[in-house]
Design a protein around this ligand. Structure first.
Ligand code: SF4
Length: 99
């Protein structure tokens, strides 16, 4: 006779637990959005101005993708000089050095 309230409570507990199992991975996916990815160096960046950084190298044979500070990538990649930002593979700055 008194088993129904316990059964109802158990079902509710199982629903809450399953909701938590689904909610945690979903929250992880949402927090890994591209907004957290590294940004490309902009022309307005003070350091970019100081080092004359450009997305299109004006120097024949000198590109970010053959600079010793380039971290790799076909289109863009990290640079040890512009920490935490991405530079264009065919970009250039005055800190360019032979790899
Ligand atoms: S140091 Fe300058 S040329 Fe070298 S990868 Fe970085 S931005 Fe490009």
């Amino acid at each position: 006779m008194s088993e129904k309230p316990i059964e109802h409570g158990r079902r509710r507990a199982i629903k809450l637990a399953l909701g938590g199992i689904v909610a945690v991975p979903l929250a992880n996916l949402l927090l890994r959005s591209p907004a957290h990815a590294a940004e490309q160096v902009s022309a307005d960046d003070p350091m970019a101005k100081q080092l004359q950084y450009t997305d299109n190298s004006p120097k024949k044979g000198q590109y970010c993708d053959n600079c010793k500070y380039y971290g790799g990538g076909a289109q863009q990649g990290p640079c040890q000089i512009f920490q935490g930002k991405l530079v264009a593979a065919k970009g250039w700055c005055s800190a360019w050095a032979t790899a």
